[in-house]
Design a protein around this ligand. Structure first.
Ligand code: NAD
Ligand code: TDX
Length: 346
């Protein structure tokens, strides 16, 4: 297959590209990424000279570019998004632009170029916030987004469905719970806390720390997307979860224990406005229909993740200092803008 991945220089997208190129040695991947603050091509350094991998610095909202790039592609896997809830509180407009208009733009290009297979990567946050005893979210839970991030992702999900129903575009959607693992940007809770502790800094826990998230190791998310692309039913949505509900306080205590730090490293700070209390996912549909379930336990995954941040200090110190923003200029000068993606000579 020839796959156009969007947002592949970010956390989950880069893990997906590593996963796919390793598992499918016959496939080609083109990665369209605008390299916002969250995109770091260093995540894919290993593939810089791989002829099966092409990087295109570009915006999913650029109609002409996207229309050109999708030609000859067998599938589009759409990760590109503004993804951080706290940023959507401070500056929501870019969330609407990238998440809604960017998705629309890709759908339209897919439709106009032969109805290309389209997988849309979405989030559990579109379903809103659960009470402590509510049943977990599932594919039939009504949408109830409460932040500009989740509202923009919800809008994008609706557009994807509209293109299926109205235009017959072969789409699938996955709504996944909180991911964690290598290459996660240290603004999100787990990498922020782990890197702060390595640096001897405190960890900022919002509110009373009793909000609950369901954590999934990123490679398990990649396996789930793989199952959906290869075996998923067109037009369907699949919920993906980790079976690992933790309060933020519990998670923080586990990180502190694993890193041999005391509770004095916790700093309780002002709560996030509109902070969703709890997310949980019922993933029985993907389990029963596609045979997917998480393979990495929370304890294993968290240990692996902490080890990765301990062993890759140059990666995150570059990110925290802003040095990573220079990487593209220094190292990828010749890598693209190639528009005829898959026309390269063997
Ligand atoms: P991320 O913020 O780490 O990466 C996003 C990537 O998209 C970056 O490389 C960025 O440069 C790129 N991008 C942003 N705007 C762009 C634009 N206009 N054009 C092209 N590229 C652009 O995000 P992530 O955590 O890897 O999330 C990836 C996807 O998965 C998102 O759609 C997100 O909503 C979804 N998701 C994330 C999680 C999670 O826990 N991180 C959970 C469920 C779903
Ligand atoms: O400094 C912090 N302190 C803190 O207590 C940060 C950054 C977060 N938190 C809390 C807020 C949340 O309850 O930790 C929890 C996790 O926060 P984030 O890592 O910001 O993730 P969340 O808001 O749950 O959203 C994530 O999961 C769903 C991703 O960022 C989204 O892209 C994804 O869709």
């Amino acid at each position: 297959m020839k796959i156009l991945v969007t947002g592949g220089a970010g956390f989950i997208g880069s893990n997906f590209i590593h996963y796919w190129l390793k598992k499918y040695p016959e496939d080609d991947i083109a990665n369209l990424d605008a390299l916002t603050y969250a995109g770091n091509p260093e995540n894919l350094k290993e593939h810089e000279n791989n002829s099966r991998y092409t990087f295109i610095k570009g915006d999913v909202c650029d109609k002409e570019l996207v229309n050109e790039l999708v030609k000859g592609v067998d599938a589009i896997v759409h990760f590109a998004a503004e993804s951080h809830v706290d940023r959507s509180i401070l500056g929501p407009e870019v969330f609407v632009r990238t998440n809604v208009l960017g998705t629309h733009n890709l759908l339209e290009a897919a439709r106009q170029n032969g109805n290309i297979r389209f997988h849309h990567v979405s989030t559990d946050e579109v379903f809103g916030s659960l009470g402590p005893k509510d049943p977990a979210f599932s594919e039939t839970t009504p949408y109830n987004p409460r932040s500009s991030y989740s509202a923009s992702k919800a809008a994008s999900d609706h557009l994807v469905r509209a293109y299926y129903h109205t235009h017959g575009l072969p789409v699938t959607i996955s709504n996944c719970s909180n991911n964690y693992g290598p290459f996660m940007f240290p603004e999100k809770m787990i990498p922020l806390f782990v890197t702060n502790l390595i640096e001897g800094k405190k960890v900022p826990l919002y509110g009373d720390g009793m909000n609950i998230r369901d954590w999934l190791y990123v490679e398990d998310h990649c396996r789930a997307i793989d199952a959906i692309i290869n075996k998923g039913k067109i037009g369907e949505t699949y919920c993906i979860g980790g079976d690992s509900e933790k309060t933020n306080k519990e998670l923080t205590q586990t990180i502190l224990n694993l890193m041999e730090k005391g509770e004095e490293m916790i700093e309780f700070v002002k709560d996030r406005p509109g902070h969703d209390l709890r997310y949980a996912m019922d993933y029985s549909k993907i389990k029963n229909e596609l045979g997917w379930e998480p393979a990495v336990s929370f304890d294993q995954g968290l240990k692996k993740t902490i080890d990765w941040y301990k062993n890759n200090q140059a990666w995150w110190t570059n990110v925290k200092s802003g040095e990573y923003l220079e990487y593209y200029k220094k190292n990828l000068k010749n890598s693209i803008l190639r528009k005829s993606l898959f026309s390269r000579q063997p």
